[in-house]
Design a binder for this molecule. Structure first.
Ligand SMILES: Cc1cc2nc3c(=O)[nH]c(=O)nc-3n(C[C@H](O)[C@H](O)[C@H](O)COP(=O)(O)O)c2cc1C
Length: 367
């Protein structure tokens, strides 16, 4: 390959807490449903992540902090010894290949089904997901979740903290608390899924409390410099209607600002949006921005120009999802302006198996 290197701030080294990152490209968390039925990472996951070790940072796919938090079949967990041992294989391989990983911690809340985990899903309020949901028997209507009691809330916060400790034991550099995309923490933030009348509902100060408590408990367990939080202001995925987006996120950012967290990660970040600019202004730490690339196919540049625009507007790191999924050597391809592999088959994203998972070629393999 003779292409010259392209100049871009995406390739400038950076720091994240105690970590040195060789570039500013972050692999976004991508659920791929390749764990065993018991949530134990499979050997093919080791290969998949090691293939992508040239990312400045990998944020590994959503992993479940307790049994009832599991969203779909074949989602990895991080609450049993076997799961920790499985992840250890992954982090060892990535470290040996020169990479660094965080693990995303995700509790699905109402996005879950008894046929998947044998339990009644829990949520801030008994408001079912208004969609069908993947189960081992195929798609089924969602069930009515059980409203979390004060005891449930305390034990779930503790489960996040112990999952974070497990993640460090498994060799991750840190964890990302998932407060985005319609899962449990986002269900607490949004008006349409949180009808509580106790201190975890009602005004914005109540609805942000659970996310703040989880983030603080995780930071207390493993250190704030190893803890990130992901948010998706205004995202309606999984039936979310926040109601007062412009009030929720400034309040959440202010509440988290003094905690010294490693980063805040924003989904569908757009520097043209006033809310995004306000968050950047008010957040004192590192900001990972996942560009808003639209709902259509991946752009030919994988998000490179959107990422450069976000860096120019003050983001510290750029997270890309589908571009890393389809291009194990994405950093090198962007560096030399080589064409990207397109995402081949939408369905192979979630279907299990090595096809559409391990077989995206590198440039070296195709030259
Ligand atoms: C197959 C797939 C799985 C995803 N899984 C997760 C996940 O586990 N956690 C999460 O926060 N976001 C998840 N997302 C969202 C991505 O992290 C990212 O925000 C989204 O793909 C937009 O970025 P992109 O345009 O660079 O792909 C997923 C997206 C896709 C396509």
């Amino acid at each position: 390959m003779t292409n010259a290197s392209v100049e871009s701030p995406l390739f400038a080294p950076s720091r994240l807490g105690p970590l040195r990152l060789p570039n500013r490209l972050v692999m976004a968390p991508l659920t791929r449903n390749r764990a065993g039925a018991d949530g134990v990472p499979q050997p093919m996951m080791t290969t998949y992540y090691a293939q992508r070790a040239s990312a400045g940072l990998i944020i590994a796919e959503a992993a479940t902090p307790n049994a009832v938090g599991q969203t779909y079949p074949h989602i990895p967990g991080i609450h049993t010894g076997a799961q920790v041992a499985g992840w250890r294989q992954v982090t060892d391989a990535v470290r040996a290949a020169g990479g660094r990983m965080f693990l995303q911690l995700q509790h699905g809340g109402r996005v879950g089904h008894p046929d998947t985990h044998g339990l009644t899903p829990v949520a801030p309020s008994p408001v079912p997901l208004p969609e069908t949901i993947h189960t081992p028997q195929g798609r089924q209507p969602a069930v009515l979740p059980r409203e979390m009691t004060a005891t449930d809330i305390r034990s779930t916060v503790a489960d996040f903290a112990s999952a974070a400790t497990n993640a460090i034991d498994a060799g991750f550099e840190g964890v990302e608390v998932h407060s985005a995309n319609g899962h449990l923490l986002h269900q607490f933030l949004a008006k349409n899924t949180n009808h509580r009348t106790d201190g975890y509902g009602g005004p914005v100060s109540g609805r942000i409390r659970f996310t703040v408590e989880v983030a603080r408990a995780v930071a207390d367990a493993i250190g704030p410099e190893r803890t990130g939080v992901r948010i998706s202001p205004g995202n309606t995925v999984n039936g979310i209607e926040e109601g007062d987006t412009d009030a929720i996120y400034p309040a959440l950012v202010r509440a988290l600002a003094g905690t010294g967290l490693a980063y805040l990660h924003i989904v569908f970040a757009d520097p043209g949006q006033p809310l995004y600019r306000d968050i950047r202004r008010d957040w004192p730490g590192a900001l990972i921005a996942n560009p808003a690339l639209g709902r259509g196919p991946l752009p030919a540049d994988g998000g490179r120009h959107a990422g450069e625009r976000l860096l120019a507007a003050g983001a510290d790191l750029i997270a890309l999802g589908r571009a890393f999924m389809a291009n194990p050597d994405l950093v090198e391809r962007l560096r030399i302006d080589a064409p990207l592999n397109p995402v081949r088959d939408r369905y192979a994203m979630y279907t299990g198996g090595e096809t559409g998972y391990l077989d995206y070629p590198t440039l070296a393999a195709t030259s």
